[in-house]
Design a protein around this ligand. Structure first.
Ligand SMILES: Cc1ncc(COP(=O)(O)O)c(C=O)c1O
Length: 391
């Protein structure tokens, strides 16, 4: 049936037909608990009534005009996103990669404004920033880059969670204009840096006049228990990128910026046809309202603690379990061996999860997950891990 699709994905042979909250049903009628949320997208779960109503209502009124004209829903969304993030301006696009492209372009404009001929951006090992040419170059994973050379110039890579390495680049590379980093690495294996890491980056950026740019595409929109992960650290970046959960599945991304960074783009410097159209902006507005009205940030923080405590109690100290870590509803269980096979066995038991970086079981359940459902996740994952390690 998939003969005419490019073979971009090694897809699992499963077809989902319907969803409601944390639940999905396949075409055979089998029910699954979705502990992955379409990789951190459906934070409000599937078919959330408020989002469904907003999309249907807006579809019947006006889906698209063009960024040639003012779009009231986009303006309201920008106001609200800036309010919750502490940023000043938003550029809307359609995906995470595009949000990061906008950030990269801002860094280059910023560099040129400071008379740097070839502005460079410091990026991290094991990072993931997307699949466009610039964002795959920024990504710290050779597998993502292989075959797509020549890569884009202007990136300097350092180890993640290593402030010394950034300082060393600062001493040796006058071309640097910005740092781009995930506050917690997602695809790289749910890597949580030292609590002072972001503050350290902020200090280095201030000392050298660089932009601090955070990729919050996976961590943002309440996933870690705050609107954005940097809000756990008392730092304020210059640029923040967001996508994934912003539209709960309706494709929309945003590049948010503050201060000088917010003033870099001028008419004609950047754009996209669909970005922030009335349908996508209305959906995202509803997501923000619902995260608020259902008090889901606090819930994500509390439920995340419960999940971490549950996994730690049941799994830590077991031979083969290397680490259990995370923040809010972004949780990784690292084993000492490749464990991709767990995705299939979890599906057989009616649970959607993911394995990233080869050995890290990644859980990104919807923010609407209840305590009972979280306990089901713990029970199934613990069983799976114990059985897998005993094999
Ligand atoms: C941190 C991060 N940045 C960027 C991206 C790319 O987003 P998209 O797939 O929407 O282009 C992802 C996607 O997984 C991500 O996790």
């Amino acid at each position: 049936m998939a003969d005419h699709l490019m073979s971009t994905y090694a897809r699992l042979p499963i077809r989902f037909e319907r969803g409601e909250g944390v639940w999905l049903w396949d075409t055979e009628g089998k029910q699954y608990l979705d502990a992955l949320s379409g990789i951190a997208v459906c934070a409000l779960g599937h078919a959330h009534p408020a989002v469904a109503r907003a999309i249907a209502e807006q579809a019947g009124r006006l889906v698209h005009t063009s960024n040639l004209y003012a779009i009231p829903h986009q303006e309201v969304l920008a106001d609200r996103l800036c309010e919750v993030s502490g940023m000043a301006r938003a550029f809307f696009c359609n995906s995470g990669a595009e949000a990061n492209e906008a950030a990269i372009k801002i860094a280059r404009l910023f560099g040129h404004s400071r008379e740097i001929d070839n502005p460079a951006i410091i990026v991290m090992e094991n990072s993931f920033h997307g699949r466009t040419l610039a964002t795959l170059t920024a990504t710290g994973n050779r597998k993502v880059q292989a075959g797509f050379e020549p890569l884009v110039q202007g990136f300097i890579r350092v180890p993640f969670d290593d402030l010394e390495a950034i300082s060393t680049v600062a001493d040796n590379s006058p071309e640097v204009a910005a740092v781009l980093v995930e506050p917690i690495q997602g695809e790289g294996g749910i890597n949580v840096p030292d609590a002072n890491y972001l503050a350290g980056i902020r200090r280095i950026c201030d000392a050298h006049g660089w932009l601090m740019m955070l990729d919050e595409i996976q961590t943002g929109m309440g996933r870690t228990g705050k609107w954005f992960a940097y809000q756990h650290t008392g730092t304020l970046p210059d640029v923040v990128t967001v996508a994934k959960a912003l539209g709960n599945g309706v494709p929309i991304g945003a590049c948010l910026a503050l201060g000088t960074a917010a003033e870099m783009m001028q008419p004609g410097s950047h754009g996209t046809t669909f970005g922030g159209n009335p349908l996508a902006a209305r959906a995202a507005m509803t997501v923000l309202e619902t995260l608020d009205s259902e008090n889901l940030l606090l819930h994500a923080a509390e439920l995340g603690q419960r999940l971490l405590a549950g996994f730690t109690e049941e799994l830590s100290g077991i031979a083969g379990v290397r680490d259990i870590r995370g923040c809010g509803l972004m949780i990784g269980i690292e084993l000492d061996r490749p464990c991709g096979a767990l995705v299939g066995t979890a599906l057989e038991r009616g649970l959607l999860l993911n394995v990233t970086a080869g050995r890290v079981i990644r859980l990104l359940p919807p923010l609407v997950t209840t305590i009972r459902q979280a306990e089901m996740i713990i029970r199934i994952v613990v069983e799976l891990v114990r059985e897998f390690l005993a094999e």
